[in-house]
Design a binder for this molecule. Structure first.
Ligand SMILES: Cc1cc2nc3c(=O)[nH]c(=O)nc-3n(C[C@H](O)[C@H](O)[C@H](O)COP(=O)(O)O)c2cc1C
Length: 179
């Protein structure tokens, strides 16, 4: 059983989550490769997939979206988990009391729920070093309304990430292939 933990990360936060998930899967006895999706030519050799990307302006990163669309038939026939890294800060609810992790699902997840029927999708809090932002991200981050929801820091919830990955390992042990 070989699992691809494929990711698209702009500044490194999602890469760190993917590496951690792969390490947890390996500790559970699975073969797991954490790789940038851009380097995965033929995913056909993998039995199961964990695919993650950062969310920017409500959308999953483009190369992750493209990967899922391009390999839709393969992914629909195999076991797949999706994750997104995004919300920053320590608040778990927004100003209207809604769950931030639910509200931060990238808009593409609705499409993928239908097209590939992943076993589970998850949003994790992200990380951002605002001093490293480049180009348009830097400009957008300075808009006052955006600045408020982009605190600087590492908010990744490692216990939640570990628990999710351990659940994937258990699920693969009891139902190795298909959806
Ligand atoms: C300009 C900008 C826009 C962002 N938009 C969103 C968003 O719409 N939803 C979200 O959950 N997080 C958003 N974030 C936070 C990032 O997704 C988060 O920091 C993520 O962990 C970064 O991952 P990466 O380093 O792998 O790219 C945004 C960050 C920046 C700088």
């Amino acid at each position: 059983m070989t699992v691809l933990v494929g990711y698209s990360s702009k500044y490194g936060a999602t890469e760190g989550i993917a590496e951690r998930i792969a390490a947890t899967l390996r500790a559970a006895g699975l073969e797991a490769d954490a790789r940038p999706l851009a380097t995965v030519g033929d995913p056909g050799a993998y039995d199961a997939f964990v695919i993650g990307a950062a969310a920017y302006m409500g959308s999953w990163r483009k190369d992750a979206t493209r990967f899922v669309r391009r390999h839709r038939d393969l992914l629909a026939a195999r076991a797949v988990w999706l994750f997104s890294s995004g919300p920053l800060g320590t608040d778990h609810t927004d100003s209207e009391g809604r769950d931030m992790l639910v509200e931060s699902q990238p808009k593409q997840f609705a499409e993928f729920a239908e097209s590939i029927e992943p076993r589970n999708v998850q949003v994790f809090s992200g990380a951002m070093d605002l001093s490293k932002l480049r180009g348009r991200d830097r400009l957008v981050s300075k808009i006052p309304a955006v600045e408020k929801i982009l605190p600087d820091g590492d908010f990744r919830d490692w216990p939640a990430i570990d628990a999710w990955a351990a659940g994937i390992a258990r699920d693969l042990a009891s139902a190795p292939t298909g959806t």
